[in-house]
Design a protein around this ligand. Structure first.
Ligand code: ADP
Length: 226
């Protein structure tokens, strides 16, 4: 599903953000990516969403070779990959329902489909009954779950969660992680970056460690020690 073969990203001559990274993620896997600030995690995710292009190496996602990708194919690619960020990025002037519905409106879904789909997704993330709340009226954990609902409403094959618990207290953080696990159980590949050691150790999933742009460890059921 995701294949990186000796992928290098050089932003400028004296800064190699990723250095010959090779990895393979199977469909429906749950993978945690860890590494210090500046290690190259965000760069890796940006290459997958095609916000950045690799300097060399091969990237294939869902059978699509990124070297052969045309500009007009990028929106379709991005529909296959949902993304959530540390800072939620919700639209403050829209309520919960509207925030999720917006992701469907912009790609041309009709009202009927929206009314059918949004409540189902809000149910998955545990926000039934909060449809009319504004983001300001929600806890951080709830806001992140709105962001997750928005990211999965178009049924992406892959969900990228870039430090989704970075702004949350432990209880809310764990609620968010449980939602990611649920989505993964339904069949979506999840890539999670986190600095939270407790979450890594509780999850017991595959952990890829990136350091100075290289994969220095890649283990199943891994624990995380400093
Ligand atoms: P992480 O997400 O692990 O904190 P990043 O992928 O953001 O790491 O950064 C990896 C390296 O690439 C760092 O040295 C960072 O300064 C550099 N970098 C990231 N984005 C850019 C950019 N747009 N231009 C130049 N250098 C960048």
């Amino acid at each position: 599903m995701i294949l990186l073969d000796r992928v290098t990203k050089v932003y400028n001559r004296n800064n190699t953000a990723l250095d010959r990274v090779s990895l393979h993620v199977e469909p429906k896997e749950f993978v945690i990516i860890i590494g210090k600030s500046g290690a190259g995690k965000s760069t890796l995710l940006k290459l997958l969403t095609r916000e950045e292009r690799q300097t060399s190496g091969k990237i294939v996602v869902g059978g699509v070779d990124y070297d052969k990708l045309k500009d007009r194919d990028i929106p379709l690619l991005r529909r296959k990959i949902g993304v959530v960020f540390q800072d939620f990025k919700l639209l403050q002037n829209k309520n919960v329902f509207e925030n999720v519905a917006f992701a469907l409106e912009i790609v041309g879904y009709g009202n009927k489909e929206i009314i059918h789909t949004v409540p189902r997704v809000l149910d998955i993330v545990g926000l039934k009954g909060k449809e009319k709340n504004m983001p300001m009226e929600l806890s951080g954990g709830e806001r992140q779950r709105v962001a997750i609902a928005r990211a999965i409403v178009r049924q992406p094959k892959i969900l990228i969660a870039d430090e989704p618990t970075g702004n949350l207290d432990p209880k809310h953080a764990w609620d968010v992680i449980k939602v990611l696990e649920k989505i993964n159980k339904y069949g979506t590949t999840v890539l999670l970056t986190t600095h939270n050691q407790e979450i890594v150790n509780k999850l017991r999933r595959r952990v890829i460690v990136i350091s100075d742009g290289r994969v220095v460890s890649d283990k199943a059921n891994a624990e995380y020690r400093h």
